[in-house]
Ligand binder design. Sequence first.
Ligand SMILES: Cc1cc2nc3c(=O)[nH]c(=O)nc-3n(C[C@H](O)[C@H](O)[C@H](O)COP(=O)(O)OP(=O)(O)OC[C@H]3O[C@@H](n4cnc5c(N)ncnc54)[C@H](O)[C@@H]3O)c2cc1C
Length: 450
Amino acid sequence: MDLFKNVIEKDLCIGCGACVGQDRLGNLKMEWNDFGFLVPKRESLSKRVDNSAIKVCPFNPSPENEVRTENELADLFLTGAPNFHPKIGKYYDTYVGYSNEFRLTSSSGGLASYIVKELLMKGIVDAVYVVKETISEKYHYEYTPIFSPNEVLSSSETKYYPVTLSNFFKELSTINGKVAVVGVACFVKAIRLFQHYNPEIKDKVAFLIGIICGGVKSSFFAEYLSAKTGIENNNYTNPQFRIKDLSSTASDYSYRCKDLKGTHHSIKMSAVGDMWGTGIFKNNACDFCDDVTTELADISLGDAWLKPYVKDGRGTNVIVTRSQIADELIKSGIASKELSVEQLTLAAFLSSQQGSFNHRHNALGYRIKKAENYDRTIPPKRHDKEKISFDFKYVQDKRMKIRMNSLLLWKKTKSAEFFDNEMSKDLTNLKRLTKIYHHCRAFKNKLLKL
Ligand SMILES: Cc1cc2nc3c(=O)[nH]c(=O)nc-3n(C[C@H](O)[C@H](O)[C@H](O)COP(=O)(O)OP(=O)(O)OC[C@H]3O[C@@H](n4cnc5c(N)ncnc54)[C@H](O)[C@@H]3O)c2cc1C
């Protein structure tokens, strides 16, 4: 299998940059592609790329048996976890709550910032790779190592913006001490593969904080939202994707950025329409990921899209602990009253991510069949056998079309008004099809209960 032919040219690259670190010939670097994603490119077309680079790719179509799926990797790395559920993988426990210190300065309940701080304070690691604002002209955000608990606040908040870990993978062998990384599922999988194939650095990675992810967005997402706030021609800085409204619900957040004079502009996400269920500006690879809850991390953190928590605009996390050290960090935070966290039943946890399970597990087999028509080989999956109804197939077709068209259209126009006009017919159709699917599902569920 060839990294370029089988992954990048098939639009299955997520931009993690593990291949750049694995390529001992040093011929790869990350660059923006035409659709606002970071992808590896050859520095010199006449030079080779290390054959083993594809082995650490989370979308390698032919992984070796011992790392075939997340299940095999979990058996290698999460050996102590006493529980397993096919939807969320190996785990210790499930919780819900927030950090008293970080809740208001974070996107959900501030658990990610809390864990980063604890790892550094307790000396469990010497550095944590987090996503921080950068002064680079090329990016708004970048993975950066932080070394002190005082730096934690600078990394808080969710950035729906492409980032890459290529520098981390390149630097890892030269780093002194132990490190932790905060990352979404495919990035965490790439780190596990990298540890597996580079046993000499395996123990350097002492902890992984998993961010539960519904899909990675192109940089077009920030460009579009900035245009919606009234800033044209990409003349924006400081994109902030999750400005809370403390007097409203958790999902009623805003996007905010600055113009070149430093004036803030913002827009409520509810005024922009559904940016998640539609697949707008999403990376194609995300449609072929069945790891909804970042199964290979020590701890997984997401939004508590669940009553009663969703009603609280201050934000609340759902939490899955998967290693003993992670479970102890949560328990000690509860005991010291730094965390307002309690156990959550597995059923309640599952329902907090129901939409993602429906799309990423139930409908995956259908999307894989479609992808095979385009000569794409998808890596082995655990959730590719589920069958879906005709009405849900129509929803899938429409989502795939909208995802692709949103990228093609924004590349061409960069005008929010034109984009909205051109997309509106498909988005309205998707809304109708989704309504029909929901009605049919409710009717079938009623029949099943009779
Ligand atoms: C692309 C993306 C999609 C998501 N989709 C979902 C979803 O569908 N369902 C759900 O429940 N939750 C989702 N989340 C997670 C959610 O938005 C919060 O990040 C999570 O609940 C942690 O919140 P917190 O308050 O504990 O984090 P904070 O305390 O605010 O800290 C945020 C942490 O996330 C890290 N971070 C920020 N941006 C990124 C990034 N792009 N990649 C990797 N790390 C990053 C920062 O380094 C920081 O450590 C998504 C997050 C991202 C980045």
